[in-house]
Ligand binder design. Structure first.
Ligand code: SF4
Length: 307
């Protein structure tokens, strides 16, 4: 038998099988998760649970804090080039939601999907794991917040329309394609994301007893070229909330943005923005408020809530 070139790569990764295949540039593993609803803490502690269908993320954004949760240092270094599918996730979720429902028949849980992966990263086109999880959730009607930067979410509009309390957060940290290609070269283009969130918004006509909301999360705020700024801000008008957050400095225990060295290196390239980061941030925030009077502008933790 030919030895897999990735054998040993995931040593220390509990319950992970050998590499299953490659998908694009990513090594794909499969895992049986012991639990899929995890107690929400820290930045999103207002929720009952976080739900991450995958470990790892093929988008591999330069500033991603989730790399810190990699199974081992080699995989942390290789962030963006591997993904672990939690292959029994739908089955486990069903059991966990049933258990919750028995204990709390009058209070559906609040779920944030996802905190350390993108539920609509490229492998989802094939696996449809996130789609299956949504199907499992429908009878339990949780309050659900979906965080993604992928237009692929529009594939699931038919299922999303069956939720009563839903917020969709589309991550768009810059209005400049040039900047996106530097900071997150493997992610979908900004026009594609803007088009997707607009499509979602107009796919949910008003219904009594349904509260479906839409945010664009400009988190962390990356540089925006002056020639792109006004056009970008005007496009944000489509949602009811815009969330902003600056690109924090890295620290050892950091669970915040910019923990990866790639992002720190890029800060030098964009010195015109980062030399006075606080001022760039403040100016952008003021422009949002001036140009989007009907949109809720929120910062940091509060912005990530459902309400
Ligand atoms: S899409 Fe989100 S989870 Fe994935 S690499 Fe980018 S910031 Fe990290």
């Amino acid at each position: 038998m030919v030895k897999s070139q990735y054998e040993g790569y995931s040593v220390g990764t509990k319950h992970t099988f050998a590499v299953r295949e490659n998908f694009g540039n990513a090594k794909v593993y499969a895992q049986n998760a012991q639990s899929i609803l995890n107690k929400a803490t820290g930045f999103i502690s207002a929720y009952d649970f976080t739900l991450n269908p995958y470990r790892g993320c093929q988008y591999g954004c330069s500033y991603c804090y989730a790399a810190a949760f990699s199974p081992n240092s080699q995989m942390r270094e290789d962030w963006g080039n591997w993904v672990i599918i939690k292959q029994n996730a739908a089955e486990v979720l069903k059991k966990e939601l049933e258990r919750w429902h028995k204990k709390n028949p009058d209070r559906p849980p609040t779920i944030y999907m996802s905190s350390v992966t993108d539920p609509y990263q490229p492998i989802e086109t094939k696996e449809q794991l996130t789609r299956h999880l949504l199907e499992v959730m429908i009878p339990y009607q949780p309050t659900l917040v979906i965080q993604t930067r992928s237009p692929m979410i529009t594939r699931d509009i038919d299922i999303l329309q069956q939720f009563q309390r839903l917020r969709i957060n589309m991550s768009i940290p810059t209005g400049s394609e040039k900047v996106r290609k530097d900071f997150e070269p493997k992610s979908p283009s900004i026009p594609a994301r803007l088009k997707a969130i607009a499509k979602l918004k107009y796919s949910f006509p008003y219904q009594e007893n349904c509260e479906v909301r839409f945010s664009i999360t400009v988190t962390p705020l990356l540089p925006i070229l002056p020639e792109d700024e006004a056009n970008f801000i005007s496009k944000l008008e489509v949602v009811d909330r815009v969330v902003i957050q600056d690109l924090h400095a890295s620290n050892d225990r950091s669970l915040i943005a910019s923990t990866r060295s790639e992002a720190l290196a890029l800060k030098h390239k964009y010195a015109w923005w980062y030399n006075s980061e606080q001022q760039s941030y403040r100016k952008f925030k003021n422009k949002l408020k001036a140009m989007l009077p009907d949109v809720e502008i929120m910062e940091g933790k509060e912005g990530f809530g459902y309400e």
